[in-house]
Design a protein around this ligand. Structure first.
Ligand code: AMP
Length: 221
C-alpha cells in the first residue's frame, strides 16, 4: 500500500500550483483540496456561499478567514482525508488560517509545506496565458493547449480564461500574496515545516523535484 501524505503547497498565483497539486495528489493517492475550486463550484451552483464568494473573487480579494476555516474544517473531517491525508492548494493564505489549520489537525499535523517558488515576472507571464476548463477545472495555457480547439481533453467542456484573471484582479491577488501569504513562509520555517522548490522549468521536472523533497520528509526516499 502507498503511504499517504499531508502536504500544503504554497506559491504565488501563476507558480503552477494547481497543475502540480493535481500531480502530487495522484502520486500520493490523496485528495487534492483546492479552496479556489471549492469556491468556484459554489459560485457555479449559485449557493449562498457562492453568492458571497463571487464578489471577493472577482475583485481578487481574500474571503474572510472564518469562512475559509469553516470550509476546510468540514472538508478535513471527511473520511478520505482522515485516512490518506491531502494536498492542500490555496489554503492557508494567511497566518490566521495556518494557525487554525494546525489546530484543526491537532496531533496529526502536516508533513510539509512546500513553497513552489517562481519570480514575479514569470508568474505574471503565466497568468496572462493561463486557461482553464469551465466544467472540470483542468488547467491549460497558451503553450499547453487542449488537443481540440479549446475543448477540454478531460471532459469536453469549454476551455476559457478565468473570470478573475483580469489585469486588476491579478494585480490585487499578487499584492495580497506579498502582504498576507508570504509571511507564512517564515511561519512554517520556524516550525521546521517548510521546503522551497523552484517552480520554473518543464512541469515534469518540477513534479520530480517536489516528490524528491516530500519523499525525503515523509521517509520514503
Ligand atoms: P485560487 O484558485 O486559489 O487562486 O483562488 C481563487 C480565489 O478564491 C482567490 O483569489 C480568493 O478570492 C478565493 N480564495 C481561495 N482560497 C482562499 C483562502 N484560503 N482564503 C481566502 N480566499 C481564498
Amino acid at each position: 500500500m502507498i503511504p499517504g501524505a499531508r502536504i500544503v503547497v504554497l506559491g504565488r498565483q501563476g507558480a503552477g500550483k494547481g497543475t502540480q497539486c493535481v500531480r502530487l495528489a495522484r502520486h500520493y493517492v490523496v485528495p487534492h483540496i483546492s479552496t479556489g475550486d471549492i469556491l468556484r463550484a459554489a459560485v457555479k451552483s449559485d449557493t449562498p456561499l457562492g453568492q458571497k464568494a463571487k464578489e471577493y473573487m472577482d475583485r481578487g480579494d481574500l474571503l474572510p478567514d472564518e469562512v475559509m476555516v469553516g470550509i476546510i474544517e468540514e472538508r478535513l473531517a471527511q473520511d478520505d482525508t482522515r485516512r490518506r491525508g491531502f494536498v492542500l492548494d490555496g489554503f492557508p493564505r494567511t497566518v490566521a488560517q495556518a494557525t487554525a489549520l494546525l489546530e484543526v489537525l491537532a496531533d496529526d499535523g502536516i508533513d510539509l509545506a512546500v513553497d513552489l517558488h517562481v519570480p514575479i515576472e514569470a508568474a505574471l507571464e503565466r497568468l496572462a496565458g493561463r486557461r482553464v476548463c469551465r466544467d472540470c477545472g483542468t488547467n491549460y495555457s497558451l503553450e499547453v493547449r487542449p488537443i481540440r480547439d479549446w475543448t477540454c481533453d478531460n471532459c469536453g467542456g469549454d476551455v476559457i480564461q478565468r473570470a478573475d484573471d483580469t489585469e486588476s484582479a491579478i494585480r490585487r491577488r499578487l499584492e495580497l500574496y506579498e502582504e498576507q501569504t508570504s509571511p507564512l513562509m517564515s511561519w512554517f520555517a520556524e516550525r521546521d515545516l517548510l521546503a522551497v522548490v523552484a517552480g520554473q522549468g518543464a512541469p515534469d521536472d518540477v513534479t520530480a523535484r517536489l516528490i524528491e523533497v516530500i519523499d525525503s520528509r515523509v521517509g520514503l526516499a
